[in-house]
Design a protein around this ligand. Structure first.
Ligand code: AMP
Ligand code: GLY
Length: 429
């Protein structure tokens, strides 16, 4: 790979903060963030979708660019940087369709024989509603395009599905992302996130993890970007991990190659491990690290992440040893502004960030910004995540919650789930 002087991380979430934190431990090179947040240093005032400005910055500063979120990937940031011979880590626009179009991903899985919920595709409300009423099973309604995790409706009955179809096609709540929808069978089981590093041919799995998508304890309420995670999850045994590699990850990379698409980057399979059969079904593909999965996975990583990213760029993952993981559990708890994923207020001063950090706890910022007095203010729905390591999952959870309880930004203004990792503790019993 071409020599470079600096690193540029594109994005502003906890995922990007944790990638930057890890890379700063791996290298003495400067790590810039565009646009970053109140917890990241060396921020560059460029929006993560402003590809031309990012290009100019990366060129001027001879940077290796690492892309965190899906949007710039789906807009083709990698294609543009590669054309200009700037080193960049992430999948190109075509490969990103695995995430940016649910219709593409479902048809791809059907063609490749990858296990996923049975589905139909619709582009008008009448036939979609007819389908729902003729189905004897509960369904999940998904908009085709990107919707920041909010375009999926898991329905308990036909009326809920009809309501979702109205929101998408009649109220046009998702604009172009909702031009087509996927209606699929609802699968019951436990979810796991399986993320792997790919160089177009070879695949190295990362440690397993589990996200907590719903806003309320007990997995109730609407979906969010993710309210907490832990790693590893006892759900993904070695056997299951091998099966996921053989039946999902390898066929995906091969199938993309057959379409002339080289996938370089993090490939994330959102899985449902079906109750009873214990079979992994792909609910979705993402073409990037998960947020907040990244915040629980990277603190456990004992290998040099940068060397793996460089090897993926050079298509040399095959020659890399398996990644080493600390023999520890990690738990990451997201603290959000009250009201999220609906309306919430911003601009509150965050107190309690001055706790005594040790090498077992990290606070990764998401929706925060620093004011001219150096205070950290809330600046988004998901504000920050607290990750702790522990010898047991219970220990890591307790340590994270004790730090969370010290962080405040006003009377009852912060919100977090109280049951992060409890599922993992239960599976392990
Ligand atoms: P997705 O963005 O497609 O992963 O969907 C978001 C969330 O909706 C998933 O993490 C699951 O919690 C839920 N979900 C999606 N598809 C299904 C399905 N077929 N059966 C049950 N739950 C689902
Ligand atoms: N935590 C789910 C995601 O990153 O899409």
């Amino acid at each position: 790979m071409k020599q470079y002087d600096n690193i540029l991380i594109v994005g502003s979430g906890g995922r990007e903060h944790s990638i930057g934190w890890k890379l700063s431990n791996d290298t003495k090179k400067k790590v810039f963030f565009a646009p970053g947040n109140g917890g990241t240093e060396k921020n560059v005032e460029i929006d993560s979708d402003d590809i031309m400005k990012l290009f100019e910055f990366a060129k001027k500063n001879n940077s290796f660019t690492i892309v965190g979120p899906e949007k710039p990937l789906s807009l083709g940031i990698v294609d543009i940087f590669e054309e200009g011979q700037l080193p960049i880590f992430g999948p190109n626009r075509n490969a990103s369709r695995l995430e940016s179009s649910k219709v593409f991903a479902k048809l791809f899985m059907r063609n490749m024989g990858i296990q996923t919920a049975s589905f139909s595709i619709f582009s008008d409300p009448n036939s979609a509603i007819k389908h729902v009423h003729s189905s004897s099973k509960n369904v999940v309604v998904k908009v085709d395009g990107l919707a920041a995790g909010k375009g999926v409706f898991v329905c308990d009955n036909g009326n809920e599905a009809t309501e979702a179809i109205y929101k998408i096609f009649v109220n046009n709540e998702f604009t172009n992302s909702g031009n087509k929808i996927v209606i699929e069978e609802r699968i019951y089981g436990d979810e796991a996130s399986f993320i792997a590093l790919c160089d177009g041919r070879s695949i190295i799995p990362l440690a397993s993890s589990q996200d907590h998508k719903n806003i309320l304890d007990g997995d109730k309420g609407p979906n969010t970007g993710g309210m907490g995670s832990y790693s590893p999850t006892p759900l993904v045994t070695e056997n299951l991990s091998n099966k996921i590699m053989d039946k999902i990850m390898q066929p995906t990379i091969k199938g993309l190659n057959d379409l002339g698409i080289k996938f370089k980057g993090f490939l994330y399979a959102g899985l449902m491990i079906e109750r009873g059969s214990n079979e992994p079904y792909v609910l979705e593909f993402n073409v990037r690290m998960g947020d907040p999965e990244c915040q629980s996975i990277l603190p456990r990583m004992d290998s040099n992440l940068l060397q793996y990213l460089e090897a993926a760029m050079d298509e040399k993952l095959e020659s890399m040893p398996p990644i080493k993981w600390k023999d520890k559990h990690s738990v990451s708890i997201v603290m959000a502004s009250k009201g999220y994923p609906g309306k919430y207020q911003s601009g509150k001063v965050i107190h309690g960030l001055e706790f005594n950090p040790d090498d077992c706890t990290c606070v990764f910022h998401s929706g925060t910004k620093k004011n001219s007095r150096g205070e950290i203010l809330t600046n988004g729905g998901r504000v920050l995540s607290v990750t702790s390591l522990g010898d047991t999952l219970e220990g890591a959870k307790n340590r994270s919650y004790s730090v969370v309880s010290q962080i405040h930004w006003g009377e009852n203004e912060e919100y977090y789930r109280n049951d992060i990792a409890l599922k993992g503790i239960k599976y392990a019993i």
